[in-house]
Design a protein around this ligand. Structure first.
Ligand SMILES: CC(C)(COP(=O)(O)OP(=O)(O)OC[C@H]1O[C@@H](n2cnc3c(N)ncnc32)[C@H](O)[C@@H]1OP(=O)(O)O)[C@@H](O)C(=O)NCCC(=O)NCCS
Length: 202
């Protein structure tokens, strides 16, 4: 069951989107990773480890190995099939490694019909609008084929680039969640932002 286009109306979702989904944005091809992408995932996580460490929950020991990348990939695909998380990577024509990761995780149906937005952009492609482009595509996916009613995002107030992305994509600040996520060993306050179906298109 999921939220339909009319606020308050619940409709049956017979088919959640398959792993073969591809989203074309102006400059990117967004797709879930496949089993053969483990090497790419390892490389992109390795090259972005320092860039991501201040903003994301710490990675586990051994996160740098091919086996770990392969496990992450299998997990992502299992969560997709279970309608719990949808993770896309953004590819630019002619560039082998993905330059964006964007996901909706923690998806719950029932009376909630929502999930959490997460994203990062490769360290060499920052400030060129790729996050905004990907978030806009993900919002269409969330409120379209996924039939979600709410997309939330949590951000540390000092993460100015991320706050800008949310403001450019029509999210509204809802409040401060104290000691919300453990980032680099510290329980950090996060601002909660959201878009809901009733907000309509941007
Ligand atoms: C947060 C993060 C994804 C933002 O990425 P980004 O590359 O700065 O985001 P974007 O480029 O899409 O948007 C930011 C700027 O690009 C500008 N922009 C938009 N389209 C553009 C285009 N086509 N060309 C150039 N710039 C463009 C926007 O105007 C915006 O700048 P402004 O707000 O100063 O006007 C990135 O800093 C990151 O990966 N951080 C680490 C992980 C992280 O913090 N994730 C979020 C956790 S909450």
């Amino acid at each position: 069951v999921s939220a339909g286009k009319k606020p308050g109306k619940l409709v049956l979702v017979k088919d959640t989107p398959p792993l073969s989904v591809r989203i074309r944005t102006e400059r990117l091809l967004l797709r879930p990773l496949q089993t053969g992408d483990a090497g790419r995932l390892r490389s992109v996580l390795r090259r972005n480890a320092l860039h991501l460490a201040p903003w994301q929950p710490s990675s586990v020991p051994g996160a740098d190995t091919l086996a770990h990348a392969a496990d992450l990939l299998v997990r992502d695909r299992a969560l997709w099939r279970a309608d719990r998380q949808y993770a896309f990577f953004g590819f630019l024509d002619g560039v082998d490694l993905p330059i964006v990761r964007i996901s909706l995780s923690g998806i719950h149906r029932g009376g909630y019909q929502g999930g959490y937005l997460g994203y990062w952009v490769d360290v060499d492609y920052l400030g060129r609008g790729f996050a905004i482009e990907s978030v806009n595509a993900m919002l269409q996916f969330a409120f379209g084929p996924l039939h979600l009613h709410r997309v939330q995002a949590a951000v540390m107030p000092r993460n100015e680039p991320s706050v800008k992305v949310l403001k450019h994509t029509g999210f509204r600040r809802e409040g401060l969640a104290r000691k919300y996520l453990c980032i680099a060993g510290i329980w950090e306050d996060h601002e909660l932002f959201a878009r809901v179906l009733e907000d309509g298109p941007l």
